[in-house]
Ligand binder design. Structure first.
Ligand code: GUN
Length: 293
């Protein structure tokens, strides 16, 4: 069994990005600039945005965070987005999700200029991805593709089973791994909450990608011998063995499953760091006008 070290791979990519930024500055180009909008006080969202800010600083990007109160109206949020859309100094704009219930997520996502939509959530970017055109790809599936590539995992002709059909992970993952590309060319099955007897499908998976949102959902009897297992889940659970009293676990029961795998991602240190670094890759691509020349 080989552990896929997402933390190390993400570090390597950040070093590569930092070199690119240095070259841009040396050529009198400004540094890439990412803006994040955070609405409300959701603790996890605050942590995610703080991590994104830290990542930006590490590679030499400019980072701005707009913190709006939980009672901000949709109109005010859309006006803030307009303002950033029109700021030529800004390369990437993300609105941290989830949003408070009185704000329509779809309306907000569609309001972000597609050429600054480094989350890859705007329908123009998802449509372009589906059509195989240059597009900002959503961070988690993009990060997983990069993990597979950099770990030397062959995908062509493989059976890939994805558990989870969300707009930001499962569905785009299925598009990226079934398309005629490398990584890609998999035969992809998506399982979800209405799939009867999920095990019947997962046992056939050469590559199993789990984004189900349930701690330790995948056990060893669901996994084929020699499979590649990618765990997207992150859950904070009480622990007697850590100082904080908590630990992070995934959707996969790692201790049970690892022995059957050829490759497996740990939690933490697998997919998470790759999701974070993908946002930096997209922001760099935006600053260099690689997607929309
Ligand atoms: N909330 C959870 N994941 C994400 C993400 O990738 N982008 C944004 N904007 N919000 C999120």
């Amino acid at each position: 069994m080989k552990l896929i070290d997402g933390k190390k791979i993400a570090e390597d990519i950040r070093s590569e990005i930092a070199i690119e930024v240095r070259k841009m500055l040396d050529a009198d180009h400004k540094a890439p600039h990412l803006v994040a909008i955070l609405v409300g006080e959701d603790e996890a969202s605050q942590t995610y945005v703080a991590s994104k800010e830290k990542d930006c600083h590490e590679v030499g990007f400019i980072s701005t965070v707009y913190k709006l109160s939980a009672t901000t109206t949709e109109e005010t949020l859309l006006k803030t987005i307009d303002f950033i859309n029109n700021d030529e100094e800004v390369d990437g704009l993300i609105v941290q999700l989830p949003l408070p219930k009185h704000i329509s997520t779809n309306t907000v996502i569609q309001h972000i200029h597609p050429e600054k939509d480094v989350d890859g959530f705007h329908p123009q970017n998802t449509g372009r991805m589906m059509a195989g055109m240059p597009a900002f790809l959503p961070a988690t599936p993009f990060g997983i593709v990069e993990l597979l590539k950099r770990s030397g995992i062959e995908t062509e002709g493989k059976n890939c089973v994805i558990i989870g059909r969300s707009n930001i992970v499962g569905t785009p993952m299925s598009v990226l791994l079934s398309r005629n590309a490398n990584p890609g060319n998999c035969t992809v099955t998506i399982c979800h909450s209405k799939t009867p007897d999920i095990k019947k499908y997962t046992q056939q998976a050469d590559i199993l990608i789990v984004a189900v949102g349930k701690p330790h959902f995948v056990k060893s009897d669901m996994v084929k011998q020699g499979a590649v297992v990618i765990d997207v889940g992150v859950h904070r659970v009480p622990s007697e063995t850590t100082k904080s009293g908590f630990k992070l676990i995934g959707d996969v029961d790692f201790d049970d499953v690892a022995r059957k795998c050829s490759f497996i991602t740990p939690v933490p240190g697998g997919v998470g760091p790759m999701t974070r670094v993908s946002l930096l890759i997209n922001t760099l691509k935006s600053a260099k006008k690689e997607i929309y020349p």
